[in-house]
Structure formats: C-alpha cells, structure tokens
Design a protein around this ligand. Sequence first.
Ligand SMILES: *Cc1c(COP(=O)(O)O)cnc(C)c1O
Length: 468
Amino acid sequence: MSESEAFRSGLDVVRAVEPRIADAIAQELDDQRESLKLIASENYASPAVLLAMGNWLSDKYAEGTIGRRFYAGCRNVDTVESIAAEHARALFGAEHAYVQPHSGIDANLVAFWAVLAQRVEVPALEQAGVRQVNDLTEADWATLRRELGDQRMLGMSLDAGGHLTHGFRPNISGKMFDQRSYGTDPETGLLDYAAVREAAREFRPLILVAGYSAYPRRVDFAIMREIADEVGATLMVDMAHFAGLVAGKVFTGNEDPVPHAHIVTSTTHKSLRGPRGGLVLCDSGLVDQVDRGCPMVLGGPLPHVMAAKAVALAEARVPEFRDYAQRVVDNARALADGLLRRGARLVTGGTDNHLVLIDVSGYGLTGRQAESALLDAGIVTNRNAIPRDPNGAWYTTGIRVGTPALTTRGVDATGMDEIAGLLDTVLRATTPTGKARYTLADGVAERVRARSAELLARHPLYPGLDLR
Ligand SMILES: *Cc1c(COP(=O)(O)O)cnc(C)c1O
C-alpha cells in the first residue's frame, strides 16, 4: 500500500466519526504546502515518523522507565523506548538517553529536577542518614524544601536569544531559581565568554545553562564547561534548536555539546525533524535522577510518540541526514548573504547556524509590523527581540528566519537568494502607521505570493502524497 493510501484510508476512518477533524487535517497539509515556512523552529517530519504516531501504543500507561514500570503489560513500550534511547545514544554519542519528555520545556524540567535532586536532595538525605524524602523529619523536610527553592541559575538573556525556560520569571524556571543572565557583546553581537565567566564567578550558579532559540552563531561548549567547572556549576545545554546540526555532524568538537555538558536537553521536532517531543542526554552521574522524570515532573509517557522518535532518530543516523544538516547551514548563509547584499541589517552581521535574525529597524519597522506584512504576502516568520531591543518583547525589532523546513523541501542556495529578495521586497514596501499598524504597497502581496508559489511548486512537500 502506498503512503497516499495509508493516509487517505486513515483520514476516511476519522471522517466517519468527525468529518470536520478530517477536513482540518487535510487542510493543514494544503496550508503547509502553500506557505513559505521560514519559522526557524519548524520542520516537516517524514511519513514514517507521522505514521508511527497514529496507533494503539497511545493506549498504554507506562509510568517509570524501561523494565521498571508502575504498570503491567509494558513489553512493547519497553521495546519502543529502548530502541529510541539506543538510537539517541548512538546518534549523539551520549552515555544515557531519556526519550520520554513530551516537549522541550518538559525536557528542561526533567533536567532541572535531576540536577536539584543530585546536588541538593541526595546530599541532604545522606546527611540526615535516611534513604528517601518520606523518612525525613518534618523539620529536615522543611529545610530541604527551602534549599531546593533557593538555588541559582545562570543562562543567556532572552533578548540575546536565550529561552524563556532558562530562568525567566513568567516561566516556572524563573519561579524555581534565582536567575542571572549573560548576554552578547554590544559591538559584535557575539556571545561574550569573558562576561559569562565574570558573571559565573560572581553569582556562583548551581546550573550554568547554554543554548538558545534566536542566536545566529555557534557556541564553544568547551569554554562553557571550563567556566562551569571553575565555579562548581552543572553545565546544562539546551540544544532544542540545533539538535539536527549536532546529529548531522555540522557541529563537532567544541561545538558539539554532548561531550562537554553534564546534561543536554532537546526537542525532537525542530532541526532534528522528528515528532513533536523532547529528550534528555546525560553522563552516568545523572542517570538515576533523569530516569525519575516520570512521574516526577512528567505525566505518563507517550509510547506512540517515542515510537516516532525512534523512527526519526534512525533516519538521522543515515548519511543523507548529514547532507541535510550541511545544506541547512549553507542555505542559512545564502539567505543571510542575499539579505545583506540587498541592504538588510542582520544581528551579528550574518549566521553560521540555521537561523538569521533580521534587525528590521533598518526598514523603519517593528518586528510586529514586519511579521504581519510578510504574512500578508504568504511568508511565515516570527518576530523576535534583538539584543537590547528598543521595542520590548511584544513589538520587538527583529524577524527570525530559519532554513530547516525549506531545506527539507529541497530548496537550495539559489532558492534562498530568491527568498531573500522576496523578504526584502515586502519589507521595503511596508510603511509603518503605528506600532503594530502598517500599509503594504498595492500589488506587492500578490506578486510575492505568485513568486513564492512558483518556487514552492518546484519543491513539492511530501511529493507523491495525494489525499484525493
Ligand atoms: C523550542 C525550545 C524549547 C521548548 O520546546 P517545546 O517543545 O516547545 O516545549 C526549549 N528550549 C529552547 C532553547 C527552544 O528553542
């Protein structure tokens, strides 16, 4: 049976119960096919990944870990989880992989609590001479709870490209930890390691977090580890955005976080091109604590998603994935060069990963106006703060664009240059009329839509997949 038939008959089964859902699923494929997707955190998973999710593995409760479950009858879940973990360990060269987290945020929660358990709870239990928290006296328990809530974290600031989960107040991480940020050099826009070291020496965090969502450059994780070691911090790297570049061996040596960090977290659906989900990699010292992720902070595992993770991780272990990862980076460079040639202003002056951050103040716009005008022309991006953003986190001054998704469709460097032209055309044709309001010159949206439709037609999404 072909992929088309598999999806079509699946949809027919859904349609028989709730046709509106079947229609929305089919419509989503059309929408994805027709939009020029430059969202740096999105991608297109393979049919094998998608199909691995739609089945009865979903019906199984499997709290606990492989071979140590709180429920009976988990042998197939054990198989699925073992294979996913085995692929993750091999792909990333990690000592241990935990593939249960439902998302990147969940993976970070697992990591935070693993470190808190290892460094705060376990020593407290030892000191009190008991085996587990239930054996502590009320007084010792109260003290431990206060200590758990009084730990420090140092992470990259939001406007330099860090993530909300790296200790910011609106997120639970900011409520759990006393947080300080490091940023980028005001001149170069590059990560300022000397400033990180200085902040670490002064603040002495329990956890030093590296990783980003909107920083267009590479990070030297060997230096970050050296800084962590100097102040006795645990180095946690959140590679949610760039896991595909690590898997594809574009980031090696000091740019590969796995050999340097104590613990690494990731999503599986961004550059890694798997199902929506997360994972944690760690060295042997943290295994016991990481494996307690469920039910510590995670709800029951999603066995069907772990199956899809296993498929995606297997896909990332074949040589073609390395070509893909290299093309993602080459394409980002081509996109940046095309924008610079047309006069755009870029944060850090370019990119050496999968994303580009356009400073749209060069076009006299806020990020909000630019994002909306681009969407009018069928180009999907997101607005993003830039370092020391004058417009704040809501309106912003940046547009973040990334190449993982379009590279999956087969768009090449020439296509990226064409896309740079489309972005520049729309941004130049946009006139601000208020912080969020703007007008787009007549005919531009239609012209750009037509040209991007031509480009996308040359690179069909899921070629051969036909739902009709
Ligand atoms: C996307 C992202 C996350 C969150 O991932 P979700 O799957 O949306 O929870 C966490 N950290 C970083 C750095 C990210 O880019």
